[in-house]
Every structure is written in C-alpha cells, then in structure tokens.
Design a protein around this ligand. Structure first.
Ligand SMILES: [Zn+2]
Ligand SMILES: [Zn+2]
Length: 806
C-alpha cells in the first residue's frame, strides 16, 4: 500500500525536478535568436491580418511595405526569396522553432484591382522636343505601361499646331512613333483641350471609361521670345481653366515637364519655369487630383494614382500552407516573413505577427484524421493496453510473486533441529501430521509448517489461516493460470479503469465546446470588469478563452465517466436498475463537481494572469478532480474515505501534469492517442487508490460476545467455495450457527440468515428480534454487512469483521 504511494510521489518528484531543471535553464542560443534584430529591415513589412482557411491548412497574410526597399520587388522571384519562420512560445518571451509552413502564393492585389478596373489612361507625348527628350518620354511610357499591362493605355502625339488621334499603346506605336519632328513647338493648351473634349465624349475610345487619367508629357513651352506660341493663347487658356473646373472629380491629370529633365542647373530651371506656364499646369494638375512633376518620377505618380483609386500598392497577400498533421494547441505562435536577396542572402525586409489557434485540450490538427480513423486508432490502442494490463496482472505479476514466495518460503527439509529465521521448524506436517523426511519440499510461511503438496491441496493456505494466522496464505493455482484468484484483487479495477478512460476519451474528443468556451469567456470578462478598466480586455479574453475554454468540459467528462465505471465496485444494490441509477447519480454529481473544479482552476489562471503554459497550474483542477472522483465513488459505501486519498490525488495530479507537459511539447507524438494514454494513467491511478481502501472480504468473521466466551466464527469457511450457500443463525440444531449458549435469550429456531452477494454479505432477518444499530430489523428486510457492523440476537452480539489478506 504505502509503497505504491511512495513510488508515485518519488516518481512525481523526480519528474518534477527534471522538468523544473529544464524550465529554469533556457537555451542561451535560443534566447538570442528570439530577440528582435535591430536592423532597418526589421519593420519594413507590416503584417496586419492573418486568416485561416476552414480546414486551417492555409494561412492568408496581409502584408504591407512600410518603406522603400530599393530596387527589390517582392513579386520578383528571380532576385528575391521570401521565407517564413514560425516559432512557438515555450515560456513567456521564449520562442522555439517548430515545423515551418510553406509560402505558396504571393499576390499584389492592387495590380489585380487595377486590371479589373474600367480605367483608360491617355499619355500625351510631345514630339517637338529634341530626340533625346523624346527617348526619355518613351522610357516613361514604358514604365506607365507596366502598371496596366498595355490594356487601357492610349497615346496621342503633340507636334506643332496639331495633336494626333488617340492610339492604343501597342508595341508597334511605342517602337515606331517616338521620333522628333519639326517644328519645335506645340500648341500645348489647345492639344490638351482637344483631348479633354474627347474624354468627355462617350462616343470616343477614351470617353466611355469609368475612370480616366491623363498624363501630359511636354517641354511646357508656351511662349517663344516673350510671345505666346499659340495666337489664341489667352482665349484657350481661359477655356482650359473653365474646363478644369467642369472636369473636377471626373478626370485625373498629371503633367511631366520633360524639358527640365536635361537642365540640371537650378537657374535654368527657374528660368524655364518663369518663361513657360508651369504655374498653369500646376493648378491644372492640382485641380484634377493629379501631380505636377518637374522630372518624371514613376513611383510617385503610381502611388498617387493608386491612392486616388483607393488602392494600396504596397499591400501584398501572402498565402502559406501548413504541413499536414501540424498541431496548434492554443499557444502563442510568432510568424516572421523575411525577404532575402537571392544571391547574397541578405535580409531586405521582414515583418512579424503573432497568433494563436486551437486550445490545449482541443487542438487544431491540420488535415487531421477523420473521427472514424481517430476512434479506430483509439480502439487499437485500448485493446493493446487492455491486453497488456491483463497479461501482466493475470500471468506475469502472479508468477513473479509466486517465484518470490517459493524462494522465500518453500524450502527443502534437511532433518530435525532445522530452523528458519531463528525459529525451529516443526518435525511433522501440520495438515497431514506425517513426519517430514529429509528432502521434502515444505512451506514455512507461517508457524504451521506443511508439505508443499498439502499446502497446494489445502487451497494454498494453512488450515489456521484466519484471525490467528495472518501469514499462512499465498494463492497461486499453477494448474489453471486463468484462475481468477491468481491475480491481485486490483486487476478488475485496473481493467475497468482503462475502459472508463477510453469512454471518457471518446466522449471528450467528440464534444462541442461552445458552452464551455462562452462560460470561460464570461468569467474572464467579469473578472476584468471588476479589476481593470484598460482596453486590453478584448485581446486577453481571447487568449484565456482559447486556452482554457475546454477545461470545464474536460472535468465534466472525465469526472462523470471514471466515477460511473468505478462505482460499479462500490455501489451495492440487489436490483440492477437501482444499482445503475445510483451509479449514474454519483457520476452526474462527479461530473458537475469536476466541471466546477476545472472552472476554479481556470479562475486561478485568470487571476494569476497566466497566459501561456497553463498546464503548469493544471494540477489544481486535476487534483480537485481526482478528489471529487474518489469521494463520489466511495461516499456512503463500504469503502471508507481516507486521508490517503488526498495524498494520492496530489501525486496523480503532478504525474498527470508532467505527462501533459511532455505531450504538449512533443510534436512527434500522436496527440490524441497520447491524450488517451494520459486519460488511462489518470483513471488507473485513481482506481488503484480507491481499490486499496475498499474492503476485500476474503476473510470474514463473526465476532461473538454475550453468554459465551468471546470468539470469532470464520464465516468465510462456509462461503469461500460455495458462494450460494446460506449461513443461518438460530436456536435450531439445523442452523449453521446454533445459539445453544443463549438459554434465556429470545431467539427463534431460525432467526436470520447471511448470504453472499458478489464480494459482500447480506444479513436477512427471518423473524422479529434482530437488532441492527439499536433498531429492530423487520422480518424479510436485509442489511449489508460491512466491517465493524454489529447486530444483536437475543443476548448475543455479533460483530462482522473483515481481515484483509496481507
Ligand atoms: Zn502434509
Ligand atoms: Zn498458519
């Protein structure tokens, strides 16, 4: 008995110490890698949103480039590598590597949106500029073309007094039309006005678009020798101004001064701006929601266009794929997306986000097995564990015990005056009375030395085995190894506990945790309502909620199932329906109390602000749960409630916690099957603790006091082999126990009878006059006999005594 506890406690302590050791000395290297690197690339990428597909296989990230990363383009897979790095939080602030997801897709939705947008963009190109500037215009057109992929881009050429018709920006046009022409001036305003009219006419190619953009590329020269180039300059300028007002919000315009490109000198630039009408064009662009560019800057223009269209060009959508079988247990995960130069492997940009998924008791497993596969796996494991336990308890353990018994207590007789452990060995067999001969195999387990053959014949115990000879027994039927008395009485408890764990496991993994979840969340928010006013409530609630939400369901299921199955041994009722009802009632109460104990554990976690690694305090609900189960199984039964239950519960809880921790951090284990093993260990440990305290009436006596000398009547001798036999008590000579000594007492010929039912005895009154607990037991009524129970017939008091076999 004590050795089991000692073993449990010492194992728990050893495990505990080794676990603590691990916890207190974190790997320095790992600590360093978890630190944020301080380089500029660190915050270039902002990951704002993380979403999961329904099966959690795919993760969708919304990432945004916060600042320029030079020539690198996220979409350019020939120069850039994007790598995910996912880590799991082991302890607050400490992250460890885990199985990595794979990036399957990177998308820049802005380009998609633009392509799908009904957009027409007209570029007006000034061919009156010198050829090198026309070439510069050509480059700019090519840049703009990348945005829409030619679709929706149009070109018109300005030259002299004319503006050309509107061409599609085809490769042919781009390759052949960008040639300087004389004269070297343009009627800029007039040309723009013409095209604006075209934009407003829904009959034209560019007029029927939903969104319209005009980009004017020109030298901007509207004056020649202080005289306007266009004779109608002022009238046209006025028209243009009017038109601009009219077109507000209908068109977006940009102007790029290409003559300024070549004039690096500031004075010249100022001069140019003075002599041309850059002011007019600046107002023009400003009014039409575009920009005036003294030099071409595509990035600036693109960004401005995108923001006009409410598109974020720096936003990317990254799709990652989780490997099958990956487990998320509600712990904090850190996902870092790093952009690396393909050649040098230098970090260009990175972004980090954190998330949680699943819960510790109900994890998310990527592409998990189907429920049928899981249950099948569980059944296979159950059969293996069950058979293993049965083999060990039925054959191996009794065999080993028998070998130890033989080595210690079976010796060869070596002649008279032989002594064992300082005691002289008798010279003849206690049972058959024949004198021992040298070489005889004798049993010296008690002072009643016997032939081994006589011992076996007498059912493996000495004839005096009972109240006055406690040692004289060691049951081992080697002729029939299936003999139910060979294994320890614990066997049936262990086997039933294994089954109860399996059933609890099946129910638990099939459960819907919604109620449990909302309960925890409301407790959490209620608590924080009382204690804090900060807005961290929401996020914290999520963390705790996802972490602890399944705990009450766990307590309820485990409490109910283990109690139901184990109370099969403690609940004694003759009618099976009554017995079943009582078992269900006990189980129900245990489920309720189990749920409450787990809730209590959750509250402790919330109050102590334990956000991660709640398994470290999980021993509290487990401890309470095991106590609840032990009480529910034993209360108001023959099994006394012992203080050892509490000690044992502590050990069980610690042991389970350590096992849980092991499962938790081990990614290679099959999570659900490990969980089943965890359930089994828990249930078996509880079963053994209760079984230890449950009386095993293999040696039961009636202690008689009254008109005769006190004595013990060995009831078990009547009932040991003939279980259906009835022991009768009365004055008649036919009674098993004849009250011949009680001459004056009032006793009927057959007053009462004792029957064996399973492993317990029942006393039934047949006539009036049987007093139990100072109350008369009515004829026909019966009562269970348990250790220490007294009843009186006439002047004789009987005490029922059970003596366990040691
Ligand atoms: Zn003998
Ligand atoms: Zn004996």
């Amino acid at each position: 008995m004590k050795t089991v506890y000692k073993w449990l406690i010492s194992t728990a302590v050893v495990f505990g110490l080794s676990a603590c050791d691990e916890v207190q000395t974190p790997d320095i290297d790992e600590m360093l890698t978890s630190d944020e690197s301080a380089d500029n690339a660190g915050d270039a990428l902002q990951i704002s949103d993380i979403k999961f597909s329904d099966d959690n296989k795919e993760m969708y990230l919304s990432a945004r480039l916060l600042h320029d990363i030079g020539d690198y383009d996220i979409m350019d897979s020939t120069h850039v590598v994007i790598k995910p790095h996912q880590q799991i939080q082991m302890l607050p602030g400490k992250f460890g590597d885990e199985i990595q997801p794979v990036i399957t897709k990177i998308k820049n939705p802005s380009r998609e949106v633009l392509k799908n947008m009904d957009l027409k963009l007209l570029i007006m190109v000034d061919l009156s500029l010198p050829q090198h500037q026309v070439d510069a215009e050509l480059h700019a057109v090519r840049d703009i073309n990348t945005l829409l992929g030619q679709q929706g881009v149009y070109i018109a050429f300005m030259q002299g007094e004319n503006v050309s018709e509107t061409y599609e920006a085809s490769d042919y046009v781009i390759d052949h039309y960008f040639v300087h022409h004389d004269p070297s001036y343009t009627y800029l305003y007039r040309s723009i006005l013409t095209k604006l009219d075209e934009f407003m006419d829904p009959q034209t190619t560019i007029g029927n678009a939903h969104r319209k953009v005009l980009v004017v590329m020109s030298g901007g020269k509207t004056y020649e020798n202080d005289l306007p180039v266009d004779p109608q300059h002022f009238a046209i300028q006025q028209q243009l101004t009017n038109k601009t007002t009219e077109l507000k919000n209908k068109l977006c315009a940009y102007y790029v001064n290409f003559s300024a490109n070549t004039q690096s000198d500031n004075d010249l630039m100022a001069l140019t701006e003075d002599t041309d009408d850059s002011n007019i064009m600046q107002f023009f662009c400003k009014d039409l929601g575009g920009i005036y560019q003294p030099t071409f800057n595509w990035q600036e223009m693109e960004t401005d266009m995108m923001s006009d269209f409410n598109i974020d060009p720096a936003k990317y959508e990254i799709t990652l794929e989780n490997p099958d079988g990956k487990i998320y247990r509600g712990t904090l995960h850190k996902l870092e997306i790093g952009l690396y130069d393909k050649k040098t492997n230098d970090l260009v940009a990175k972004g980090t986000t954190t998330f949680t998924l699943g819960t510790i008791y109900n994890p998310v497993i990527i592409h998990d097995e189907t429920m049928i596969q899981i249950i099948t796996g569980g059944i296979v494991l159950l059969i293996i564990v069950f058979l293993l336990a049965w083999l060990i308890l039925q054959f191996i353990e009794p065999f080993i015990r028998y070998q130890l018994f033989k080595r210690k207590h079976v010796i060869s007789y070596s002649g008279s005056k032989m002594s064992v452990n300082g005691l002289e060995v008798a010279e003849s067999c206690y049972l058959c009375k024949a004198p021992f001969e040298t070489g005889d195999e004798i049993v010296v387990k008690c002072k009643h030395t016997m032939h081994k053959a006589c011992w076996d014949e007498n059912e493996y115990h000495c004839p005096e085995h009972g109240r006055h000879c406690k040692e004289g027994s060691h049951y081992y039927n080697k002729h029939n190894l299936l003999d139910g008395s060979n294994p320890l009485y614990l066997m049936k408890w262990v086997l039933v506990a294994i089954i109860s764990a399996f059933v609890a496991w099946c129910v638990f993994i099939n459960q819907d945790y919604a109620q449990s979840k909302s309960l925890i969340q409301s407790i959490h928010s209620f608590y924080h309502e009382l204690t804090s006013t900060t807005d961290e409530k929401g996020s914290l609630s999520f963390v705790y909620g996802s972490y602890l939400s399944d705990l009450p369901a766990f307590g309820q299921t485990v409490g109910f199932m283990i109690t139901f199955f184990l109370s099969f041994f403690t609940v004694r009722r003759r009618k099976w329906l009554l017995r079943l009802s009582e078992m269900v009632l006990r189980a129900f109460l245990a489920g309720l109390a189990g749920c409450l104990s787990c809730l209590f554990g959750c509250m402790v976690a919330v109050i102590l602000h334990i956000e991660t690694n709640t398994f470290l305090i999980d021993w509290i609900p487990w401890l309470l749960l095991s106590i609840v189960i032990m009480l529910a199984v034993t209360i108001k039964t023959r099994t006394p409630i012992r203080r050892t239950f509490f000690v044992a519960s502590c050990s069980i809880a610690l042991l389970s916690m350590l096992m849980w921790g092991f499962i938790f951090f081990n990614n290679t284990l099959n999570y659900r099957l490990s969980l089943l093993i965890g359930f089994i260990v828990y249930a078996v440990a509880i079963a053994i603790c209760i079984a230890r305290e449950t009386p095993r009436s293999e040696r039961y006596f009636l202690h008689v006091e009254g008109a005769i000398k006190e004595m013990d009547i060995a009831l078990y001798k009547w009932l040991r082999n003939e279980t259906d036999r009835v022991v009768t008590i009365g004055k008649s000579v036919d009674c098993s126990i004849q009250l011949s000594w009680d001459i004056n007492g009032k006793a009927a010929p057959v007053q009462a009878e004792i029957k064996k039912y399973k492993n317990s005895l029942r006393l039934t009154a047949l006539e009036e006059g049987v007093i139990v607990n100072n109350k008369p037991l009515e004829p026909g009524k019966e009562t269970w006999l348990y250790h220490g129970k007294k009843f009186t017939i006439g002047n004789t008091t009987f005490t029922y005594i059970e003596k366990d076999i040691s």
